[in-house]
Structures are given as structure tokens and as C-alpha cells.
Design a protein around this ligand. Structure first.
Ligand code: TMP
Length: 205
């Protein structure tokens, strides 16, 4: 496929959505065609699944149901939006992708890695990100940025749950060469500049 997939990952409140947008704007300024999107979400079906996943009304959701819904949202998103954009040669930037499933449903909810890998290959049509940017911050910092009363079903999980998620992302970053780890405690501008620098090192033509 001609295009490239760049993903952003991190715990709640790490600032990745802002950074994904700033990176998209940077590529656009350089005359590139960019497609900015997010998970869970994107096309209408995936956004509807997002609502089910994040609603506080669904507290009884089983971990198995959760992992399958994230995968269902991802398969529609990948097939309907990501693959066509990549075929068109666009730089696709996704705010979260399957590494979030490994961290949240794998490490924190204890779903077997082999099960996740298999569902993920199916849901993603085996598409992998070329670069993944992990915005790393302490859990306390991330959670303090979220308004408690507006917190969704996942954000309301315990501090220990979010610590497992952070640890899992850092482990993945060690395993996978595609990772760029960024210290997310600095200013928005400083983080944006470092991301651009580190991406340019990886040669985006
Ligand atoms: P967001 O807050 O970054 O939009 O993400 C929505 C929530 O969904 C967030 O709490 C992380 C969670 N999530 C998973 O648990 N598994 C996944 O595969 C994805 C994509 C997100």
C-alpha cells in the first residue's frame, strides 16, 4: 500500500489527541495528504460501537465482550477508512490503534495475548503502523487532567488499572522498533517539536 500509518498511544490524559492533530497540520503544511482519525471510532458504525464501549451505563460489560467490540470497531474503521486512505497514498494518523487493546484488554483486563493477536490480525486485515508514538506520562498526571464527573467507563477504572496500561505501553515500546517514546510532561509545543524531529529521522519521503 502506498500510504503510511502513524499511530499515537498512551494513557488517559496524555495529550495524544492534541499531538496527533498538530502532526497532521505539520504534514499538511508540507503539502502532504493526511487523514486524521481515532479509535474506537471513525466511520458511523465504529462511532456507534464507541458509544457502547465508553458509556457508564454498561458497567456489566464482560472483558471478552469489550475486546470483541474494540475489534469490531477496528475492523470497520480499517476496512472503510484506513485502507482506502492508504491506497490513495495518504499519511493516515490514528489516535490509538490495536496496541491499546494489548495494553487495556491484554495487560489490564488479562485477556490472553494469543487471543488478542489473532483477533487483531483479523480486524486489521494485517495492517500494521509504520510508526507508533507513545506519549508517556505518570498516571497521576494523566488522570488529574480528566474531570471526574465527565469520566467515561474506562477512565473510571482504578489507578492500578491505569498503571498496568502505562507499563504495558512501555513494554511494547521496548519490543517494537516502530515505537517512538516521548516524555509527555513538557509543553505542547516542545512535545510537538520533538515528535517532528524524531519522525523526520525515520524518513518520511
Ligand atoms: P480515547 O479516550 O483515547 O478516545 O479512548 C477511548 C478509551 O478506549 C480509552 O479509555 C482507551 C480505551 N481503549 C481500549 O481499552 N482498547 C482499545 O483497543 C482502544 C482503541 C481504546
Amino acid at each position: 500500500m502506498k500510504g503510511k500509518l502513524i499511530t499515537f498511544e498512551g494513557i488517559e490524559g496524555c495529550g495524544k489527541s492534541t499531538q496527533a492533530r498538530l502532526l497532521a497540520e505539520y504534514f499538511e503544511r508540507r503539502g502532504k495528504e493526511v487523514f486524521l482519525t481515532r479509535e474506537p471510532g471513525g466511520p458511523q458504525i465504529s462511532e456507534k460501537i464507541r458509544e457502547i464501549l465508553l458509556s457508564n451505563e454498561n458497567e456489566e460489560m464482560l472483558a471478552r465482550t469489550e475486546v470483541l467490540l474494540y475489534a469490531a470497531s477496528r475492523s470497520q474503521h480499517t476496512g472503510e477508512w484506513i485502507m482506502p486512505a492508504m491506497k490513495d497514498g495518504k499519511i493516515v494518523i490514528s489516535d490509538r490503534y490495536y496496541d491499546s487493546t494489548l495494553a487495556y484488554q491484554g495487560a489490564a483486563r488479562k485477556i490472553d495475548r494469543k487471543v488478542i493477536d489473532s483477533i487483531t490480525r483479523f480486524a486489521t486485515f494485517d495492517i500494521k503502523p509504520e510508526i507508533t508514538i507513545l506519549i508517556d506520562i505518570p498516571v497521576e498526571t494523566g488522570l488529574s487532567r480528566i474531570k471526574r464527573k465527565d469520566a467515561d467507563r474506562l477512565e473510571r477504572e482504578s489507578i492500578d488499572f491505569h498503571r498496568k496500561v502505562r507499563r504495558a505501553f512501555l513494554e511494547l515500546a521496548k519490543e517494537e522498533e516502530r515505537y517512538i517514546v516521548i516524555d509527555g510532561t513538557r509543553s505542547i509545543d516542545a512535545i510537538n517539536k520533538e515528535i517532528i524531529l524524531r519522525i523526520e529521522e525515520r524518513i518520511i519521503p
